[in-house]
Design a protein around this ligand. Structure first.
Ligand code: PRX
Length: 635
């Protein structure tokens, strides 16, 4: 039985059954047959559910870049590895072959080494979607440095928090970035962030927009002159299976962002395995994922998964609307894209525009469409299916998380029949469970519950950087011995899963995972604000938008509310980034609270949804009288 490449539904069921009956043998077989190892493992899985410690392939040694680059040189050296489509459609696309990519990664790795970077050091990468981003990521992996990519839309404060949490010694950035008709001063943001980051020794700067930037003597270096003299040969650092590969931050419902730690062997095996199956990638395909490498989707399904399979992976620098809303489809036509993977929020934005933007282009190369990041609504699904896939290309609605490292529940194209809004079936090796509020597993079908995973899989995040207790508390304490996802799900009569959304205080806005607490903390820093609470409310394009309830200090009450709204959003932009701005801000005299003082978000959510007639019993509140006032002022 071919475990690596699933061909049809019967094959899926066979493989799935085997993966559940004998998970260790299953993953060992896949790891052995499809990757290059410097040394084999002694143990396949070590798992202690009480301490949430998990180790896969212990004793094995490898380097992920040998699997993503070196091993392809002989058979695919001249094949395009990265196809770079620049922001400006008039600039030529860049085809970087496996040979060139290998050389450029080696040179970059040698530059890092020259600057004193060694195995285990943390490097922050703050770059736009240009080839150097993927190259810097792989260069870190080549020498065993741990990369921490921070999405280049985050603010200086968000960047410095992440740098300090991981104690990074270097930042790799660019002078700026192109985003549609705008440019963004990335180096300026980095300079501001570095005012308070004692561990940073050096900054490497890629030139992209050729703007005037300030270079700090002894700290900042332009990378190109260093690359020009670097050797294109850099031996791999031999890594242990469980050596950290990267840290990637994700929002929690409370406190500072969580630095999820992914390790080398398990992550490689799982990201590659799922890429091959979920996209049914064939040798001459041209695969395009529109995510940014600053998110997990980009790590697993622009860089590591595709390259480990010797695929051609597209990196697009720009936005869907530049120079007009036809850009995605122009790129599909131009590069004859075969697999296209995007987010529901992008689909909804595209669907709002005139169909002429789609009809102008030939999309017949497309074979598989994908979505990720949030539940896809039925209307968006049909628009995608009818107009982009022309009802021929299966849509893979892929459910997963930063923490899971790879896709967990998804159809396999041409094997699993799809139904709109259903992520369908677990991938081989993944054992979901639905749990009730008392911690019991809900068996059978046509049931709703909290989504957990019962058994470890190779690419699960191993810990939160510097805080294993928080990892245990967040993921392994709600339900004994199970990984809790934070999502709710429904299992239908055939066993298909539909993700119903977050059951905690995380809100997904345009596919971005935002915690309420950090946004509330930012708002509360405004001198006129006494207290605040954030909830989500339905939004046509973003899926959810943010609704803020703000109590002003007495001194602030007389001020112009419109100006205050702008100022509050300005503080959020500075502390977190523009993605966390509030769409609606309601000034209120109080917030409904429980007797223990906890804000009752359930009630605030109902009011923001315009469902204040469905509040249920509010008599147990500490201050039921404020509810009426909040309803009266609702926006
Ligand atoms: O709520 C789920 C939602 O996104 C969350 C994970 O967000 P993040 O860690 O940023 O990773 C996003 C990209 C993998 C999940 O807990 N989510 C993700 N994909 C889907 C989804 N919700 C419904 N359907 C999906 N396909």
């Amino acid at each position: 039985m071919n475990l690596y490449h699933i061909q049809n539904l019967e094959h899926y069921f066979q493989v799935y059954r085997h993966s559940v009956d004998a998970p260790e043998q299953f993953w060992a077989q896949i790891a052995q047959d499809n990757f290059v190892w410097q040394k084999p493992w002694n143990t396949i899985l070590n798992w202690n559910p009480d301490t949430a410690e998990v180790r896969w392939f212990e004793g094995a040694q490898l380097n992920i870049t040998e699997n993503c680059l070196d091993r392809h040189l002989e058979t695919r050296g001249d094949k395009t590895a990265i196809l770079f489509e620049p922001n400006d459609p008039n600039d030529p696309a860049e085809h970087i072959t496996y040979k060139e990519l290998h050389t450029r990664v080696c040179k970059f790795a040698n530059v890092l080494k020259d600057k004193g970077i060694k195995k285990g050091d943390r490097i922050c990468i703050y770059l736009p979607m240009i080839p150097e981003l993927a190259i810097a990521v792989l260069a870190c992996a080549r020498i065993g440095a741990i990369h921490s990519v921070v999405f280049a839309g985050f603010s200086a404060t968000a960047l410095s928090t992440r740098i300090n949490d991981a104690e990074c010694s270097m930042v790799i950035t660019s002078d700026g970035s192109f985003r549609g008709s705008k440019t963004i001063d990335l180096k300026g943001i980095v300079d501001e962030a570095l005012e308070d980051t004692p561990t940073i020794e050096n900054v490497l700067v890629v030139k992209r927009i050729h703007s005037d930037i300030v270079m700090k003597e002894g700290r900042d270096y332009l990378v190109q002159p260093l690359l020009d003299v670097a050797s294109g040969d850099c031996p791999i650092e031999v890594m242990d299976a469980e050596d950290p590969l990267f840290i990637l931050y994700t929002s929690g419902s409370t406190g500072k962002p969580k630095g999820m730690v992914h390790t080398t062997a398990g992550y490689m095996v799982y990201s590659a395995y799922t890429f091959k199956n979920v996209f049914q990638y064939q040798e001459d395909d041209v695969y395009w994922c529109t995510a940014d490498i600053g998110w997990i989707t980009g790590h697993s399904y622009i860089v590591y998964g595709p390259l480990a399979n010797g695929a051609t992976t597209v990196m697009y620098e720009g936005v869907p609307s530049y120079p007009d809303w036809g850009r995605f489809w122009e790129v599909v036509q131009k590069h004859k894209i075969t697999q296209f993977y995007t987010a529901p929020t992008a689909i909804r934005a595209l669907a709002k525009e005139n169909l002429e933007f789609v009809e102008k282009y030939n999309l017949s190369s497309l074979k598989v469409l994908g979505t990720v990041g949030e539940p896809i609504n039925e209307e968006a699904w049909h628009w995608y299916n009818d107009n982009i896939g022309k009802k021929r290309s299966p849509i893979v609605d892929t459910w997963w998380q930063t923490e899971t490292g790879g896709i967990m529940i998804s159809p396999i194209p041409f094997a699993t029949p799809t139904i709109p809004t259903f992520a369908t079936l677990p991938l081989p090796g993944i054992q979901p469970a639905l749990m009730d509020e008392h911690g019991k597993e809900i068996l059978g079908n046509q049931v709703d519950g909290r989504l957990c995973i019962k058994f470890p899989w190779p690419s699960m995040a191993r810990t939160i950087w510097g805080n294993h207790q928080r990892y245990i508390d967040t993921y392994f304490s709600a339900f004994a011995k199970k990984y809790f996802t934070g999502d709710g799900a429904f299992r239908d009569a055939t066993g298909y899963y539909r993700i119903t959304g977050r059951v905690d205080d995380v809100i997904i806005v345009s596919g971005h995972n935002l915690g309420t607490a950090p946004i509330e903390d930012a708002i509360n820093e405004h001198p006129a604000v006494a207290e605040s609470a954030i909830v989500g409310f339905p939004h046509d394009i973003k899926g959810n938008a943010l609704y803020g309830y703000v109590i002003l200090k007495e001194t602030g009450e007389t001020r112009n509310h419109e100006n205050l709204r702008k100022e509050i959003n300005q503080v959020i932009t500075e502390k977190i980034g523009p993605i966390a701005k509030l769409d609606k801000i309601q000034f209120t005299i109080g917030l409904p609270k429980t007797r223990s003082g906890k804000i009752m978000r359930r009630i605030l959510r109902k009011i923001a949804h315009g469902e204040s007639d469905q509040l249920g019993d509010i008599s147990t509140l500490l201050n039921p009288e404020v509810v009426e006032a909040v309803i009266k002022e609702a926006l």
